[in-house]
Ligand binder design. Sequence first.
Ligand SMILES: CC(C)(COP(=O)(O)OP(=O)(O)OC[C@H]1O[C@@H](n2cnc3c(N)ncnc32)[C@H](O)[C@@H]1OP(=O)(O)O)[C@@H](O)C(=O)NCCC(=O)NCCS
Length: 166
Amino acid sequence: MIIRRERADDRPELLAVVQAAFADPGEAKLVRGLFASREYLPGLSLVAESVRGEILGYVITTRAWIGGQESLGLGPLAVQPEYQRQGVGLALMEASIAEANAMGESTLVLLGSTDYFPRFGFVPADSLGIVPPDPSWGSHFMALALASHQPGSHGVFKYAAPFTSR
Ligand SMILES: CC(C)(COP(=O)(O)OP(=O)(O)OC[C@H]1O[C@@H](n2cnc3c(N)ncnc32)[C@H](O)[C@@H]1OP(=O)(O)O)[C@@H](O)C(=O)NCCC(=O)NCCS
C-alpha cells in the first residue's frame, strides 16, 4: 500500500469509497463540496492505494480557522469496508499529520471517535483553548498541536464553508 496525493481522475473511485464507508450519503456530498471550495489544499487530499492500484481509503484535510488564525480541519476519513482494521486509516492519519507538520501548520482539528483518534495524539480541543461552534460536539471535538503550534492561538473553530452549508 502507498499513500499519495489524490489526482483528479481518482475522484469517482474515492467518492465511492467514502460512500461505502459511511451510511450517511452526506459525507460524499461534503467531499465533493470540499473539492470545489477555496479551502481545498491539494497536499492534504490523500488516497491509500493497493499494489494493484485499487483505492482502499481516503482522507481530506482543509483550511479552517481558530479565532482569526489559520488552522486545519481533518475529515472525512474513510476506508473501504472490506479493508478496515488493517492499518489503512492509521497510514492515512500518519501521512496527514506528517504533511501538515511539513507545511508548517499549527493545529489539526477534527470531530470523530474518542476511541480512535487519541492514538494519534489528539486531545479534547477545549484543553487547547479551541471552542467548538456547536457545544453538542463535546469530547468528540479534538485537536492535535503540530510542531509549529502557537500556544496563544485559541478561540472559536470554523470549518471550511462546505461543512456549514450542508
Ligand atoms: C474509522 C476508520 C477510518 C478506521 O480506519 P481503519 O483502517 O479501519 O483502522 P485502523 O486499521 O487504522 O485501526 C484499527 C483500530 O481502529 C479501531 N477502529 C476502527 N474503526 C473504528 C471506529 N469507527 N471507531 C472507533 N475505533 C475504530 C479498531 O478497533 C482498531 O483498534 P485496535 O487497534 O485498538 O484494535 C474506518 O474504520 C472507517 O472508514 N470507518 C467508517 C467511516 C468512519 O467512521 N470514519 C471516521 C469518521 S471521523
